[in-house]
Design a protein around this ligand. Structure first.
Ligand code: URP
Ligand code: ZN
Ligand code: ZN
Length: 459
């Protein structure tokens, strides 16, 4: 029987902190207590370290065909980079083409995920609507353990859904006890502005940001909120980037609407001056929504602190500058949207959130692990350190300087939107499914060891 004992660490959960030993047996936490008197195959002394529940990133796009390219990290490299950063479970998006069967797309994603090194689940994107889609949503919930569906309110003429389709999805979610998640940006406004800038000669990456104003995010967040309100169903805003959608979230919740919010490190830590970088380097930051002007991030931090935003994911969707982002050198509309972040998320939130006193250590655990597990139906198997839970534990060293760089990261992409940023502390040892998978800066992962996580919501 495989056994591991972690001694003298300080367990941090979303609620508590206490010094304790943790005994792991066959991939599960078997005992927690002071001075545990058990023998184990391996003993790790974690004195001076925090023990955090393994991070959960509920927003990834591995091996995703998008805008004529395929995202650069596949399930193997993406989940491995996650492990190096203390993220031990992910939920990735299945994105069917318009008119494609959801279940057929799901089979494609199942095959892509075969080499995942860490546990994974799926959300299903709904890019069109029909009776068939409604039936397949039911199969996703009842037979496949996929109770969360994403609507893209942007990307006109590609995967965007219109109001009628969104409303139908929300109605279906009411019948199924499912959760509708939405990419909130008004695709019509964006399309019009893109056309205007381009015909006026605006080709560079900065026009990506200029054509996607924050009010377009606020508008669609508000639209979704009112639809959810009229049907009495919950809704989840993915990758929130600005004060307008934050205001909609906060006011909607105050009116009793069941809303959840997610943001990402890039929206908390960067501002739109990144698009001024010369030599097309601004293309690295082309993502949707775009990085916002200074000031928006403070609204997002405030909403995390007050519990209005419950999740920090990454929207990990990297494209190489060379050979991929380059496709849009002459036309910003052709730059594949997305960037990497799964390896950096915890370090960035610890350095710029916890150490700069914007959030507490418990809040870090809440937004990166516990809340995602609870909202998406994985708790208490995931998201906490408790007897019976999966032994996904990050032994976190509170000190130790680092610098993020594409030269050294595990992401399989030639650029980093956090290039040069200093970090403090980080994962010393990462244990996933009871096995040490990262130690001394080195990965020891097994392609295919990741298990599928079927999920059911508590509705
Ligand atoms: O730019 C982004 N966010 N790319 C991934 C697709 C999405 O909208 O989440
Ligand atoms: Zn999106
Ligand atoms: Zn995304």
């Amino acid at each position: 029987m495989s056994t591991l004992l972690i001694k003298n660490g300080e367990i941090i959960t979303a609620m508590d902190r206490c010094r304790s030993d943790v005994y792991i047996q066959e991939g599960r936490i078997a005992a927690i207590g002071t001075d545990l008197d058990v023998s184990a195959e391996r003993v790790i002394d974690a004195a001076g370290h925090y023990l955090l529940p393994g991070g959960i990133d509920v927003h990834t796009h591995f091996d995703m065909p998008f805008m004529g390219e395929v995202s650069a990290d596949d399930f193997e490299s993406g989940t491995a980079a996650g492990i190096a950063g203390g993220t031990t479970s992910i939920i990735d998006y299945v994105v069917p083409a318009k008119e494609q069967s959801l279940l057929e797309a799901l089979e494609t994603w199942k095959a892509k995920a075969k080499n995942a090194v860490a546990d994974y689940g799926f959300h299903m994107a709904v890019t069109w609507y029909s009776d068939q889609v409604a039936r397949e949503m039911q199969v996703c919930v009842e037979e496949e353990g996929i109770p969360s569906f994403k609507a893209f309110l942007a990307y006109k003429d590609a995967i965007m859904v219109n109001d009628e389709e969104l409303f139908s999805m929300l109605k279906a979610s009411r019948e199924l006890g499912a959760l509708i998640m939405a990419h909130c940006e008004n695709g019509e406004i964006i399309s019009e502005l893109q056309e205007k800038f381009f015909t006026e000669g605006g080709t560079e990456p900065v026009y990506h940001a200029l054509s996607r104003p924050s009010y377009a995010e606020g508008e669609s967040a508000f639209r979704l909120t009112q639809m959810a309100r009229s049907l009495g169903v919950p809704a989840y805003f993915v990758h929130m980037s600005c004060r307008e959608s934050t205001k909609v979230l906060v006011e909607g919740r105050a009116e009793g609407i069941d809303l959840y919010g997610e943001t990402c490190p890039q929206y908390l830590l960067l501002d739109d001056t990144v698009y001024e970088q010369p030599d097309f380097r601004g293309a690295a930051y082309v993502m949707s929504p775009p990085i916002r002007p200074k000031g928006h991030a403070e609204a997002l931090w405030g909403a995390i602190r007050s519990g209005q935003i419950q999740v920090v994911g990454t929207d990990h969707c990297p494209f190489n500058l060379k050979g991929q982002k380059e496709m849009g050198r002459e036309d910003f509309r052709k730059i594949p949207n997305g960037a990497a972040g799964i390896e950096d998320r915890l370090k960035l939130l610890y350095t710029y959130g916890v150490l700069q006193k914007r959030i507490t250590l418990q809040q870090l655990v809440a937004v990166t692990s516990t809340n995602p597990a609870q909202i998406f139906g994985m708790y208490p198997r995931k998201g906490t350190i408790a007897i019976g839970s999966d032994a996904d534990i990050v032994i976190w060293q509170p000190k130790g300087e680092g610098t993020i760089s594409a030269e050294t990261h595990f992401h399989k992409v030639d650029t980093s939107i956090f290039e040069g940023m200093k970090t403090e502390g980080g994962p010393a040892v990462v244990i996933a499914a009871g096995r040490v998978q990262f130690e001394n800066g080195k990965l020891d992962v097994e392609p295919g060891a990741g298990r599928y996580l079927p999920r059911w919501l508590n509705t």
